[in-house]
Design a protein around this ligand. Structure first.
Ligand SMILES: Nc1ncnc2c1ncn2[C@@H]1O[C@H](COP(=O)(O)OP(=O)(O)OP(=O)(O)O)[C@@H](O)[C@H]1O
Length: 747
């Protein structure tokens, strides 16, 4: 089944005028069901683009209508064991939070409170229909991804660690380690928890939205149905994404700009993931942002609904086209409709105390062991322990026979086939099963911790310790006496996390440099300066970077002086990328939308830039990058550039020297060279990784390097000599890749 994509056009607000409406909902069906969004071609208003979706909701649509048509029908599946993901996507100020959360008035309530209400209602029905034998418990987790860091929204902001919570892949799902889980017995409980948590969400006023969400918010509602010693768990995730925004229109200051860059970047990665899935690429760039890792579009099982929020008026024209374009591609994504499996639970084990020297370390089993044991497989093989036998379909209370048909008696092969997840234990011996939760009244207590929970706690403590270290503050938590084994584990984890953080920080720094370059190319010098300044802490003392900052400051000041001397104000020049009029697919993605911002007119043609401005703005990143690469003890805060490294960086500059290009023109490359360079210049990490001798990291770095080149300075690698000179790649790697091409061409 594909992702269901529906569009919702919000009504006009405040001073917005009817005459500015350019987005319309229409029907292509006889029954009048609206499924088309029409919008004029911005280059030729007599032409219109049409985008087809599963459903389109116009300006008059109420909260109740949207919920009843789109979300209510998924409740049955949710209780059958399917996970459900609903996410709102769109430009800032188009109504995502209104759609997901809504207002406080009953009629204004959005998808989330209505979903919870539906879950409790259905839960009561399930219990009633089973004659009281089945109990239903609901637990909530709620977190936000802010500046690519994950924070528990049930924790007050002052308790957050700087690094945020780590995320891991477990059992084919992405989980947030150390996230709190709260039992939530009824709608009243939910309202209290949800309102409190929303106060912790990062929001701020921007010019486009007085209450703009500066983070992606993810609410996870876990429903556990327990019947005897079996239980079935499924999760409904409701996600309110932050909106993409064009900083030309937001008037964002420094802090907002950083948020905005992070929001735009993650949405850009999302659009890249959608593209890559659509193209059938082997590699989908999920891992390039936490949001896409968590959303795992196309990888998650169950039902996925994407709600595209649109503003109807002209001022959003290009942004609207951009998000229409991304969403219309998303509907081609296939999602596997696989139910979670029934878990066979054992009576709760008495957990030892974890305080003091009395701690008995439990084996650190993989979390995967904690659930989804293939009960039926064990039963069939006759390996179950006495007293644990169960009929194959002991948990059939919620099966909707009319629709889905009976579940297979042994679901294990189906799961293994379609998800590629780890199959059940081939030995036939049932793995340790989930320990039933004895405390359903709130967050778990320390005394009842499982091994997995201890592991989570350790990782969390490490993150906190690292955050404190980053702040140069002593750890605030009271020292806990722990066993030697736990201490060792703690240290190992600390090392692991620390190196991961150094890597993340380096990437963060490079990202700022890249964004600075993009801003500069568009003539947005002030924004470029901000980005360079933000990059500086990651590459302290980098001479080139400092020079660049100084030059930009001088340039901005000169412009200001010039403007002050002029009698008339400078004219704003619209310089967006052209949009293909006939081909809807070619419309800009969110990236081009936010890249399109044009702060100031380009004063002089790029070829005639001042020398200080025309050089290697990527050098700072490359030099720092190399430093990181070559020195194991490198701390990204280190400010000592190595001599040899700056030489290497210089050599990277020469690869685009005119002489080199001249040579290239004299001597056309061989087919093998051309083939190799084509792959390199594709900037497709997956393709580049396929070259022999080029690993994932080198491929990523190479693409990063290419991305940082000025197009008018070459942009592409044109000779093997240039390729060899790319920092971090090395002669040997290029030779290997070149040799590898021979075998590909021969094949
Ligand atoms: N369908 C609607 N009916 C009435 N008002 C709406 C509707 N959709 C949005 N609004 C109003 O529009 C404004 C912006 O909406 P909202 O904050 O939900 O946008 P958003 O897409 O979440 O923005 P951001 O990405 O900046 O958080 C709010 O005042 C909201 O109440």
């Amino acid at each position: 089944m594909s992702v269901r994509v529906v569009a919702r056009i919000r009504p006009l607000l405040g001073k917005e005028l009817d005459k500015d409406i350019i987005v319309r909902a229409e029907s292509s069906q006889e029954d009048g069901h609206m499924n088309i969004v029409r919008i004029p071609n911005p280059k030729n208003e007599s032409e219109e683009f049409s985008f087809m979706f599963n459903s389109v909701y116009d300006m008059k649509t109420t909260q109740e209508e949207l919920f009843t048509s789109e979300v209510a029908p998924t409740l049955k599946s949710l209780f059958q064991g399917l996970d459900v993901t609903i996410f709102a996507y769109g430009v800032t100020g188009t109504g995502k939070t209104h759609t997901m959360r809504g207002g406080l008035k009953m009629s204004d309530r959005g998808v989330i409170p209505r979903l919870l209400s539906g879950i409790y209602r259905r839960g009561r029905k399930v219990t009633k229909d089973s004659g009281g034998e089945t109990s239903v418990t609901v637990t909530l987790s709620y977190y936000e991804i802010y500046n690519d860091k994950v924070f528990d929204l049930f924790e007050p902001p002052e308790k957050r660690s700087l690094a945020g919570l780590p995320i891991r892949e477990k059992d084919g799902k992405t989980i947030v380690v150390g996230l709190s889980e709260h039992a939530c017995d009824d709608l009243k409980d939910f309202e209290r928890l949800y309102i409190e948590a929303n106060n912790n969400r990062s929001t701020a006023g921007t010019k486009l939205n007085a209450q703009s969400s500066r983070s992606h918010a993810i609410l996870m509602v876990k429903i556990t149905q327990t019947n005897g010693d079996q239980s079935l768990t499924s999760t409904a995730s409701a996600i309110d994404l932050a909106g993409s925004e064009d900083n030309r229109r937001t008037d964002n200051g420094k802090e907002r700009m950083v948020e905005s860059a992070s929001i735009n970047k993650s949405l850009f990665v999302l659009s890249q993931c959608i593209d890559a899935i659509g193209r059938g690429d082997k590699r989908i760039p999920y891992r390039e942002s936490k949001m896409t890792r968590i959303l795992s579009l196309g990888q998650n099982n169950g039902i996925t609904i994407m709600i595209l929020n649109l503003a109807p008026q002209r001022s959003y024209h290009l942004d609207t086209l951009s998000s229409l374009n991304v969403s219309s591609r998303a509907k081609r994504i296939e999602v596997r409709e696989i139910e979670n499996e029934v878990v066979f639970t054992q009576p709760p084990r008495k957990a030892p105390s974890i305080t003091g020297k009395t701690i008995q370390r439990q084996p650190l089993r993989p979390l995967a062991n904690a659930h989804n044991t293939h009960v039926n497989a064990a039963v069939q093989k006759g390996t179950e322990k006495p007293g644990t036998e169960k009929p194959l379909k002991a948990f059939s209370v919620y099966t909707d026979k009319s629709k889905t048909g009976p579940r297979p008696s042994n679901p294990a092969p189906r799961r293994a086939d379609s998800t590629g997840k780890r199959p059940s234990d081939p030995s036939g011996i049932a793995r340790p099963t989930k320990v039933a939760r004895s405390n359903m009244t709130g967050v778990r207590t320390g005394a009842e911790m499982s091994a997995a929970k201890i592991e989570e706690l350790i990782e969390r403590k490490v993150s906190e310790a690292l955050a404190n270290r980053a702040l140069d503050q002593p750890a605030t938590a009271a020292p806990v006496e722990i066993s030697e084994a736990v201490q060792r584990r703690l240290e190992a984890l600390e090392r692991k996390i620390e190196s991961g953080e150094a890597e993340e920080a380096r990437t963060e720094g490079l990202r700022f440099l890249l964004m600075a370059k993009q801003h500069k190319e568009r003539g947005e010098d002030t924004s470029a300066l901000k980005m360079y300044e933000l990059a500086l802490p990651f590459f302290p003392g980098q001479e080139k970077l400092l020079r660049k900052i100084d030059n930009l400051r001088a340039k901005i000041q000169a412009k200001r002086d010039q403007a002050a001397n002029r009698t008339s104000a400078p004219v704003e020049v619209e310089c967006r990328k052209p949009i293909a009029s006939e081909e809807v697919i070619q419309l800009p993605t969110p990236a081009s939308s936010f890249e399109a911002a044009h702060e100031e007119p380009q004063v002089k043609p790029r070829k005639h830039r001042a020398s200080a401005d025309s050089d290697d703005e990527y050098n700072g990143s490359i030099a720092a990058h190399e430093e990181y690469e070559d020195d194991d003890s490198f701390s990204y805060k280190s400010s000592k550039p190595k001599r040899s490294k700056s030489k290497a960086a210089k050599s990277s500059l020469q690869i685009f020297a005119d002489r080199d290009r001249g040579e290239e023109m004299l001597e056309p490359p061989s087919p093998r060279t051309r083939y190799l360079l084509d792959i390199v210049n594709s900037r497709d990490v997956a393709l580049i990784r396929g070259l022999s001798g080029v690993g994932a990291k080198k491929a990523r770095d190479l693409v990063e390097f290419l991305e940082l080149q000025d197009e008018d300075e070459g942009g592409a690698i044109k000779t093997l000599q240039q390729l060899r000179a790319v920092p971090g790649l090395g002669v040997r790697t290029v030779e290997k890749a070149y040799e590898g091409i021979a075998s590909i061409l021969a094949a």
